[in-house]
Design a protein. Sequence first.
Length: 121
Amino acid sequence: MKTATLFLALFMLLKPTIPFVEYAAFYDYIKNELCVNKETPEMGCNGKCYLKKELAKVSDSEKSSDKNQSSPTEHQVVFFQDIFINTLDSIVKEENSKINTSYHKIYKFNFMNFIFHPPLA
């Protein structure tokens, strides 16, 4: 199953390059037989007109396949969970907890007489 999926993914990835490969493989045939401008060799088309037509076909088929696909649907997932608060436990915890009211004098203030100012010019 994995190999089939891999093969399908590679084919879809390489599908737009098929006209280029075909053009390179059958260059002489396309240049001599399928080229629209073979009567005017001054243009130097060399089958590029055929390549352009094939690329247009591929891009049109991709656009039509995009239109055939259903439009993406939007799903919104909403999750709701009630908050369960056991009020009896919270009341008991509030009564049992002690508030630490002791004051620790750990703050020190260093007063400085001078304040640094930049020199006046």
